[in-house]
Write a protein that binds this ligand. Sequence first.
Ligand SMILES: Cc1cc2nc3c(=O)[nH]c(=O)nc-3n(C[C@H](O)[C@H](O)[C@H](O)COP(=O)(O)OP(=O)(O)OC[C@H]3O[C@@H](n4cnc5c(N)ncnc54)[C@H](O)[C@@H]3O)c2cc1C
Length: 440
Amino acid sequence: MWFRRDLRLEDNPAWTAALSENREVTALFILDQSLLEAAGDLRLNLLLANLRALDDDLQHLGGRLRVEEGDPATILAAMGGPVYWNADYSPYAVGRDASVRKHVGRSEVFHGNLIHYPGHVLKDDGDPYRVFTPYYRRWLETDWPSPPTPAGSEARIADDPGKAIPAGGAPIIEAGQEGGKERLAVFTDLVDEYPANRNNPGLDATSHLSADLKFGTLSPRTVWDHIGTDTEGRRQYLRQLCWRDFYAQILYYFPHSARASLKPEYDGIEWVNDPDDIEAWKTGMTGYPLVDAAMRQLVTTGWMHNRTRMVTASFLVKHLLVDWRIGERFFMQHLIDGDPAQNIGNWQWVAGTGTDAAPYFRVFNPITQSRKFDPDGTYIRRFVPEVAGLDDRDIHAPWDAPPLALAGAGIELGDTYPAPIVDHPFARERVLAAYQQALG
Ligand SMILES: Cc1cc2nc3c(=O)[nH]c(=O)nc-3n(C[C@H](O)[C@H](O)[C@H](O)COP(=O)(O)OP(=O)(O)OC[C@H]3O[C@@H](n4cnc5c(N)ncnc54)[C@H](O)[C@@H]3O)c2cc1C
């Protein structure tokens, strides 16, 4: 059994089948340098901790997680025997798995990491959806793949640890299936307030399950079964899980969107890509407190609230006129839930080059967003202590605060905290002109 993005033993279709159909099963994970290099320390440490947790679970069953490093096709071919895995749908994974299939005698492929895998929810004419709402309607109507029946067999689990799991730093969240279950239990008490609170980044009102879904320490079906559909809050939550399936199938069917605009007519935008602007954005020093709070949250915790992912992405692309791929790469490096399909799909959505049905001239105003979604500045104060002394009215736009208020809060703009690096009305005009020019 080749584990990849399904680091759990429960509700794992490939694992269940491997145990049922064989007398001995090796639980294998292959460290892939090209994927490891794309990950920052926080995601890497979480991956290694998830592997240790999986190894612990296997030891309770008398086995070990075998860890190898190198080319999966070579390693798996050398091991012999049938190989079981759960499909991964990114262009890189699809290419890699096709190569493995050519080298191993028999491969058994299952679907365990999405609710509906790409191809399971299609339009009447067999084409994939590119717009979310009709996809969501069809997704809700589509029957579920049934859960795997737990294995009744007494298959032995091999106990060779191979090259063993490399040492790593402490993970930023509790790892493994047990960590995921705890997060799910905590969120179950919050889910009915989800519609009211989910957009406020100062409240801990979302599930924080994205890294579990990325590494597969929980299956989306387990999450669905646990949450259910009884209340509006629960239904709204499951709608978010549908976005995850939606973007997975977008990247699967439109692999060019990994590096180019999903809508090719947007490929001609002339980006400014100013290095100082990019650096200010990455380090949380733009002078816009909500943007800066979010970028600092990303770099220090490996996670960012969805509302501020939208605000910071929009700020980079539309206010600074920086190519969305630069931001996408930075997010991918730092997010513990960094996932190509989700990251690319959302970045393109914000840039207006992807699946968003709204016109590109919707430009998020970072000040209005700040006032609306972090009204009392809780989130800003948590990550931008330099402006914490301003009152709830002034904290969203320190440059508009009266001099006395700034002095009282110990702020000297341009010294203790940056003056805004770009002016909102100027930025809005500039981006509209750039997009208009590209579209001809
Ligand atoms: C620019 C940008 C980049 C993003 N990059 C990633 C990424 O690399 N990996 C990732 O998992 N999510 C990404 N997201 C989506 C979303 O922000 C996170 O999934 C969410 O914030 C994770 O927190 P949560 O688990 O508490 O979310 P909850 O609000 O509790 O949502 C539950 C689950 O639904 C799914 N979900 C929610 N919103 C979205 C969405 N917009 N798109 C796809 N799935 C969603 C996630 O799996 C999430 O765990 C990105 C969003 C933006 C705007």
